[in-house]
Design a protein around this ligand. Structure first.
Ligand code: NAD
Ligand code: MG
Length: 390
């Protein structure tokens, strides 16, 4: 029986994880569930799954959540960042699903890594911010890191088991990272200038949280995934090529020196990568219907960085290295939040990010405190830039 902590249980990935766990009660039990502020939703989950612990953001909300728990529910309620890290590193938990959105996921995910857990990584932002430190901690603490992002899970499935020897040594020429192109794939620049948060959050193939939905619309999601792929698979930026594939049926590919290209295909449903990572190296059912290939025509073409500048910014940040990816991530979080609150037009998202990247000096990041300081400084610059934006 695997005992699981779900960081971000009320989110889209959190709920899909519980849906897979529901199918296999003999294999998985829920140890802890965490949520930011949706107390009502978390209470429903606690009453259903009876985890040992529930963690929320605010100490002052503890009585409210407790009042929502059923009389027979024995879940202990904790609050705050240190409690998130504590349930992620707890000795009675084997597996941690890291599904908090944004930079807030970094510390609890790292806590799980440092406690040598099996870490199912959905929170790509933690790798973008702290890739080197994160991967060093995985190696040092012998944690098992399994990618949940559908593309990275696909790449993992297409790589040989011994890929950690180095991609070139195992005959890999390049990784083909597929992208749907998002809801505005065919929009002209003047149409992009008009788009609303509601349109941006309506992805053609996937149902996701609001932040990642906007990232998918700007293609920053693919930029973050590019950085994520470089760290996860120890790939050089030039070994990762982005390919637009609007149907989201192929979730990514690996090309080998002998001319072979291996792909992982499936219906666009996050329960597949979640089930893969939960059971790895075994296979279990995910509740996802099998792919009916006769229904699809698959298309591929190169991305257009002139309309989707976030892709270029992410690529440049990875090439620059050091603090650049953390700055990119922080500025993007501020920009997306401003767009969702109608304080910034869609097309100004990359402008804000580029302004912060140019204003802030690049530095070396050799410890976590530096990364957190850089993240906060970038957010301050981004907010300043926003305050002067008309
Ligand atoms: P979501 O917005 O649906 O859920 C986010 C979860 O994080 C919620 O449970 C929320 O309570 C919690 N949370 C938010 N802010 C927090 C904070 N400051 N402190 C603690 N908890 C906080 O997001 P999602 O779509 O489930 O995405 C989660 C992560 O998975 C993101 O990093 C995203 O990039 C990644 N991901 C998601 C998908 C998808 O299909 N949704 C696919 C691949 C990767
Ligand atoms: Mg993805």
């Amino acid at each position: 029986m695997q005992s699981i902590t779900i960081l971000g249980a009320t989110g889209s990935i959190g709920k899909s994880t519980l849906a897979v766990i529901d199918l296999h009660p003999e294999r998985y039990q829920v140890f802890a569930l965490t949520a930011h502020s949706r107390l009502g939703e978390l209470a429903v989950l606690c009453n259903q799954y009876q985890p040992r612990y529930a963690v929320i953001a605010q100490e002052t909300d503890i009585p409210t959540l407790k009042a929502l728990l059923a009389a027979q529910c024995r879940t202990e309620v904790l609050a705050g960042e240190s409690a998130l890290a504590w349930v992620a590193a707890h000795s009675e938990c084997d597996t941690v699903m890291a599904a908090i959105v944004g930079a807030a996921g970094l510390l609890p995910t790292l806590a799980a890594v440092k406690a040598s857990k099996r870490v199912l990584l959905a929170n790509k932002e933690s790798l973008v911010m702290a890739g080197q430190l994160f991967m060093e901690a995985v190696a040092q603490h012998k944690a098992t890191l399994l990618p949940i992002d559908s593309e990275h899970n696909a790449i993992f499935q297409c790589l040989p088991r011994d890929y950690a020897q180095g991609l070139v040594n195992v005959g890999v020429e390049r990784i083909l990272l597929t992208a749907s192109g998002g809801p505005f794939r065919e929009f002209r620049p003047e149409q992009l200038a008009q788009v609303t948060p509601e349109q941006a959050c309506k992805h053609p193939n996937w149902v996701m949280g609001r932040k990642i939905s906007v990232d998918s619309a700007t293609l920053m999601n693919k930029g973050l995934e590019f950085i994520e792929a470089c760290w996860l698979f120890d790939a050089q930026p030039k070994q990762v090529q982005i390919v637009i594939h609007p149907q989201s049926i192929i979730h990514s590919m690996v090309q080998y020196t002998d001319g072979s290209t291996l792909a992982q295909l499936g219906n666009p449903d996050m329960r597949t990568p979640i089930a893969h990572a939960l059971a790895f190296p075994e296979r279990i059912s995910a509740g996802v219907s099998p792919l009916d290939l006769c229904q699809y025509q698959l298309n591929f073409y190169p991305p257009d960085e002139s309309r989707f500048a976030c892709l270029r910014l992410a690529r440049e940040a990875m090439q620059a290295g050091g603090s650049a990816p953390a700055i990119l991530n922080a500025a993007n979080e501020v920009a997306v939040d401003a767009f969702l609150h109608k304080k910034l037009p869609f097309i100004a998202i990359p402008q804000l990010i580029e302004a912060v990247l140019t204003q802030l000096p690049m530095s070396v990041v050799d410890n976590l405190d530096t990364i957190i300081a850089i993240d906060q400084q970038a957010r301050r610059y981004a907010l300043q830039w926003l305050s002067t934006y008309h």
